[in-house]
Design a protein around this ligand. Sequence first.
Ligand code: CA
Length: 228
Amino acid sequence: MKKILVMEDESNIRSFVVINLRRSGYEPIEAATGTEALEKVKANPDISLALLDVMLPDIDGFEVCRRIRASGSKMGIIMLTAKSQEIDKVTGLMTGADDYVTKPFSPAELTARVDALIRRLGNDEDDENAEIVSGPFVLNPRNRTLEKNGQRLKLTQIEYQLMKLFLENPGKAMSREDILTAVWGADFSGELKTVDVNIRRLRIKIETDATEPEYITTVWGYGYKWGY
Ligand code: CA
């Protein structure tokens, strides 16, 4: 069950929201103040989404939103704003909220927004972790592994990064400089030869015959590419 933080100081609104979320299959976590909300976020790093009321007795909802984002959290955030406070919407989106719902709202409206945002966040995650398939290869970003014909290949982290770069750019000629920056980072001060050395090793692992590479091919005088 996905956890949803409900931060609202008015207890009647809070219980109304909590009951409706529970009915829709979510696990609500309640907070009556901003401080309590931040404590609950810390204690429950697996919260999927937060409903944040703007007007609170201690810290306002925008500040709570800002602090959640500052902690690096990518949870979904929906602001609960007072009627016709257009400025709330703008401020909310600026502080990192994903959506807002204006009070008073119906249970159906609220759960529809929650469902939609949960779906959107889920899709983003899937894209990032989606397997990349190319010929006999399957690269799995979730556990950083590579298989060839169903057999797991033992790669170093650098070799894995090289494979990911190639599989994300099939058929694209990439210069050794580009590869160095993409895999080792812009701050890396090593030589371009580093690229060649690692590609030679990677070819031994992935190619049928490393002297006649068919997957990582050489672009003479430039760099490398995936495939012909
Ligand atoms: Ca309030």
